[in-house]
Design a protein around this ligand. Sequence first.
Ligand code: GCV
Length: 693
Amino acid sequence: MKTRTLLLVWSVVSLAIPALGEDGYRFWLRYDPVPDQALREEYRRQCREMVVLGRSEVLDAARDELLRGLKGMLGQAPPSVPKASRDGVIVIAGSQEGREITDLGVLGTDGYLIQSRRIGGKAATVIVGRTDRGALYGAFRLLRLLQTRESLERLNINDEPAIALRMADQWDNPRGDVERGYAGASIFHWDHLPALDERYTDYARMLASVGINGIVLNNVNTAKNGLTGWKLITAPYLPKTAALAGVFRRYGIRVYLSVNFASPMLIGGLKTADPLEPAVQEWWKNRAREIYSYIPDFGGVLVKADSEGEPGPFTYKRSPTDGANMLAAAFEPLGGLVVWRAFVYGKDRNPDRIMQPYEIFQPLDGHFASNVAVQVKNGPLDFQVREPVSPLFGAMPKTNQVLELQVTQEYTGQATHVVYLVPEWKEVLSFDTFARGRTSTVEAVVSGRLFGNRHCGIAGVMNIGSDRNWTGQLLAQANTYGYGRLAWNPDLSAEAISREWVEMTFGTNPRVVATISGILLKSWKTYEQYTSPLGLGVLCDKEHFGPDLVHRQKQHHADAEGVGYDRTLETGSGFVAQYRSPWKEIYDSLSTCPEELLLWFHHVPYRYRLQSGKTLIQYIYDSHFEGVEEVRGFQAEWRKLRGLIDPERYNQVTEVLQGQLAAAIKWRDAINQYFFQISGIPDAKGRITVSEK
Ligand code: GCV
């Protein structure tokens, strides 16, 4: 057979069979051939050639991605031409050139337009960005349209991010491990850098495809227990960081580093890190200049100070504003941001630990420099499966605030449990703080819209590692994807996001989409059911894996009569007072407190009747049994996919669900046993007997 015929046969065959060796590495940017021939032909007619207007490395990345995606999905990459020569041209234009083609109107930073229109008399699909980065996002959007089999006819898309700063926070240690990482080792090989690894580019593509524009390369813990993250701002490491910054820059992502507050001592040999000491201030200014000499567009620094062994200004009886503003003065002339975490608590403060961040930070509102942002975890404690929203949101109107979410599943099942966290994050973002009357949502705060603050944002503690499928547990990729999509548009529904992700990752077969989405959308509630329902809070062991209720008594306060942490005004810690009305009153009263948070705010007798008429204790028992049954339901659903998706990924998830079932049973039995024994109240359905232990 002649070579041309062979190629033709191969291209027909390769379009018909799914790619072999599926392992999840290609995440949602798979670009497999469009199987429907008619649709593929239609797309081909619409993507016959490509014109790139403008020159920059970000536009190059956009062009390369389009070529790669179109080649994969259509079997041919459109030739790049200087000017539209026939119908079916894709025009991609950066910030300057775009203005000459179309009116960008009030399109915001990082936004893009995609329009079907005629250019030089030819039918074209035009992608124009407000910035080159916007054009890159537009390119990913166009590819998504094909991946989800949308029509390319009469396009008139106008999209921009709601939140300016969309960060990926890595808890990666330079020695190679990842704190709270469940997907293998760190992808960053500091020993080999500045030599680059292909995976860096693929990670940058992953992040850019969902609109992430900043990455903190290292863990917020930088020195405790022998960690060496503090070294990253020293001369031997800066060329390595610069090399990584080069990779991410091409995808519109600025690089940040976590720094140690005591760096002037650790690195500079000074005797103090007191922020009011001129030598310390000078040291940071010089260090900032040095960093920028390697990385001119360096984003800034993230600081975990006075927290869990990391040093901070408290050592010198100085405040977080003293510390943050000193750093801000060093980075401000260079365009750098200082992100200061509010995850601060200590033994000598309020015994209800969750009250401390508000007590420390709220009074400082109005005192932070304009290039400081205070980063607050979604809840007042620490990424539990259910927490109320942190009362700090909306309580610091004169301060840039960043919402910190945990994409890695530290307390939500690690790589063992399928838990899609987007529904939780949606609840957080849409929570009304009532800071300025109604619709003062967390989203309105962290988009900067509510108070007009410039450097607001959202940060996700990422869940990726060196495992071939990136996230350890394959379906956890939906969290990576969902985090980015929500950061871009918090109004997207959890359903819409899961549908997009499934279609891009597993294909558009409606049965596949409905089945996987169905599992994902139930999974957060299911995990809550068999671990910690009704706002019970932290029940896990010290390593945060299995259950250990004895060790967590100070969190759930279970005794012979009842369970729950009394945080009410009259008899409890008074935490409810940190919320504005009406939340303060709603949470304070047992009868109005939302049941999913009941035990977070109230100590409740076991025989108390919930709205359903069920007693509290029976609810706890039932919830755990029901949660386990839900996991069995997931397994049954997943089995329906056999033959509809590739066997490799089918088997990967089958195994995960087996492990999840075993773990869910362990949680159920440990918790139900504990409550059975402490309350002495039997399960009305007779399922719990005294354990032999
Ligand atoms: C990076 C929790 C986690 C720690 C984490 C810390 C933080 O305590 O268990 O691993 O440290 O939060 O957010 O700083």
